[in-house]
Design a protein around this ligand. Structure first.
Ligand SMILES: Nc1ncnc2c1ncn2[C@@H]1O[C@H](COP(=O)(O)OP(=O)(O)OP(=O)(O)O)[C@@H](O)[C@H]1O
Length: 636
């Protein structure tokens, strides 16, 4: 319960409402408790005396109490939902803001399904406890205590017997709470796992369809869903068993009270009215005791949810502003970027990814980073906007250690485009202006022109077209060009490009390069390059080998002096794409079945379906793999 208690701060803004809720709830309970006491007076008074006027008076009073109780219950229900929903929203907002502050390494470790489950299902559990469980716990305890006091006053011996029934109830509750907590925790984890599986399947639907792995994933999902089902059934059975015990105890007590009460009434030590009142009051304990199982279950679910939420909230954001971090003026930044003995390793990684990196990029210079796959190029780039924090050494921008700059300011100074660009399910314009919400139409147009992304104007609703989740309604090359336009729109002092042209066909790449050359002239840029054509954009090249800078020089210097560099660029596959390649489907012949033919000059004629060459945005591979719906038939 400790972690649930730690969330009490969220109750503070609603404390007045909560007090009113309690007052309304307790008054309604008091009105309900008064009814049996009035009945006692009626039975022993007007009813015994056959006084019909007195009877009508009492009847009116009981009716009034009933109306008051109903009105107060309505008020309580009306207000309790709004305050608990407000608390849920506040916790969710803080959780989301915290997730934003947590470093990339946290998100590498955590499954997104687990985070989604925490921000949705777990928070709903807490809301339900705050709006119902907690309130009923207080009201039911108050009812129990009040009834027991009234019962002891009516008949001390029988009243103490009822009070004693609290002992087995307490023991059952304690055992149940422990077992239910473990089951609730297991179930929430399994729900997170199932959410992750669904999310991964949705995101990787093209890959799974193309490989025909749907049934395998379905088996994996089935196993996860079955485990969740079994835990849910076990949890419900636990609650059902305990609820039966919670039913049994008050009913057993009621039986004993009835027999002893009738005997006492026969002996004359208890009036009929007192017996009726006693039994009526005791019946009022049935619901509070019965609901105890549900309230404990609700409390345990909320406690589990609070544990899971605090696990995230307790993770410290390791990449934060230093106390005296400064916001440099954009005009003062020339863009000299220095890596000084930079070392870095991923948490849990056996060996550091970067070691003693020494590199300087002069203002306005473009430096290409070339290295074998896995040599640490992307990692090095990610240190510049502080997506990861340097382990040893430091990186400076115009002499300022990056850690001495305010994070928000640094990320405005650094524009970044990734090889696998993330677009969000919002309009093209919103995606473009993510880093510069104030950019006007002309600036957006210029950025799109530069990235050769004018296709955006031809989308069904132009820049207002919403791109699907992760921009998957666009081709890889289109996404890359939009990401490039987004990076340059920020007018950054340092442009960091992680192989941003890899998905472009040769024709588009040449156009983007031409335009990029103009931008790069005035900006410090660090770009990962795999192709000689991209390297040609750079003034100098740094060769990264197993996390160390092996050589720095111009392209021709490195070609002349570094065999490893020559080998890397020579491994470049021969380009086969052809602007305006024609695609036709040929009829089957005697020697082969039907074929998709992509035709350029004779050297690039392709007749195998395995390697069609299509201009960016062609989507042919998706049709062949059966991932996308198709008008007509793709012969196989
Ligand atoms: N988030 C991560 N967590 C743990 N290890 C990682 C992570 N990202 C990368 N690595 C490891 O760090 C090393 C360098 O990866 P990095 O992506 O920087 O290489 P790269 O040179 O950019 O490769 P490529 O050219 O294939 O993109 C690799 O061994 C990789 O497995």
């Amino acid at each position: 319960m400790h972690n649930l208690w730690r969330l009490r701060g969220y109750l503070r803004p609603h404390v007045t409402e909560f007090c009113w809720l309690l007052v309304a709830g307790l008054t309604a309970t008091a009105a309900g408790l008064a009814v049996p006491l009035l009945v006692q007076r009626v039975v022993d008074g007007p009813l015994a005396r056959r006084d019909s006027a007195g009877l009508a008076q009492f009847g009116g009073l009981v009716l009034l109490l009933g109306v008051v109780e109903a009105a107060l219950i309505f008020v309580r229900r009306w207000t309790q939902t709004s305050s608990s929903v407000g608390m849920e929203a506040a916790i969710r907002a803080d959780l989301y803001a915290h997730l934003q502050r947590l470093p990339a390494s946290f998100h590498d470790r955590w499954q997104s399904g687990q985070l989604i489950a925490r921000a949705t299902g777990d928070l709903s559990m807490i809301r339900r406890f705050l709006s119902f469980g907690l309130l009923f716990l207080i009201l039911n305890l108050a009812t129990y205590l009040a009834v027991v006091v009234l019962l002891i006053r009516l008949h001390p011996a029988l009243g103490l017997l009822v009070a004693a029934s609290a002992v087995p109830l307490f023991l059952i509750s304690r055992r149940f709470a422990r077992a239910y907590h473990a089951a609730a925790r297991r179930m929430r984890e399994q729900q997170g796992d199932v959410a992750t599986l669904v999310e991964e399947t949705a995101q990787g639907i093209r890959t799974t369809r193309a490989f025909g792995r749907g049934p395998v994933l379905a088996v994996r999902f089935g196993a996860g869903a079955r485990a969740l089902h079994d835990t849910a059934v076990g949890k419900s059975q636990l609650l059902a068993r305990t609820s039966a015990l919670f039913d049994l105890v008050p009913n057993l007590t009621l039986g004993v009270v009835l027999v002893s009460g009738v005997a006492a009434a026969a002996r004359g030590t208890l009036t009929i009215g007192e017996l009726v009142a006693f039994v009526s009051l005791q019946l009022m304990l049935i619901w509070p005791v019965n609901s105890l199982g549900w309230i404990i279950a609700n409390g345990q679910e909320a406690a589990t949810a609070a544990d899971r939420i605090q696990e995230v909230l307790d993770t410290p954001p390791t990449i934060t502003d230093r106390p005296h971090a400064v916001v440099p003026r954009r005009a003062d930044i020339r863009g000299r970027l220095c890596f000084e003995q930079v070392g870095f390793g991923y948490p849990g990684g056996a060996v550091p990814v970067l070691r003693g990196v020494e590199l300087t990029v002069e203002p306005g210079e473009t430096l290409a980073l070339v290295g074998a796959t896995g040599s640490g190029k992307s990692t090095l780039l990610s240190l510049v906007p502080r997506l990861h924090e340097v382990g040893t050494g430091r990186i400076t921008l115009d002499g300022h250690d990056l850690r001495d700059l305010r994070l928000a300011a640094l990320r405005q100074l650094v524009g970044m485009a990734f090889e696998e660009p993330a677009l969000f399910s919002m309009s093209v314009r919103e995606n473009l202006t993510l880093g510069r919400p104030d950019a006007d139409d002309e600036e957006v147009r210029a950025a799109l022109a530069l990235a050769q992304a004018d296709f955006a104007y031809d989308l069904p609703w132009g820049l207002a077209t919403r791109v699907g989740e992760q921009g998957l309604s666009l081709s890889g090359g289109q996404r890359q060009r939009l990401a490039l336009a987004r990076a340059v729109l920020c007018r950054p002092a340092v442009l960091v490009l992680d192989d941003p042209l890899s998905a472009l066909d040769v024709h588009t790449e040449a156009l983007v390069e031409q335009a990029l050359r103009r931008v790069l002239r005035g900006t410090t840029a660090l770009l990962v390059a795999h192709r000689p054509s991209t390297v040609a954009l750079a003034d100098r090249v740094a060769l990264l080998d197993q996390g160390r800078i092996a050589a720095v020089g111009t392209h021709s210097e490195l070609l002349a002096t570094e065999p490893a560099y020559r080998a890397l660029l020579a491994l470049e596959p021969a380009t086969t794409a052809t602007p305006g390649a024609a695609i036709t489907v040929e009829e089957p012949t005697a020697t082969r079945g039907p074929a998709i033919v992509v035709e350029g000059p004779p050297a690039t004629r392709v007749t195998t379906m395995a390697s069609p060459v299509v201009p960016a945005g062609g989507g042919l591979v998706g049709l062949v793999a059966g991932v996308e719906p198709v008008d007509g038939v793709v012969p196989s």
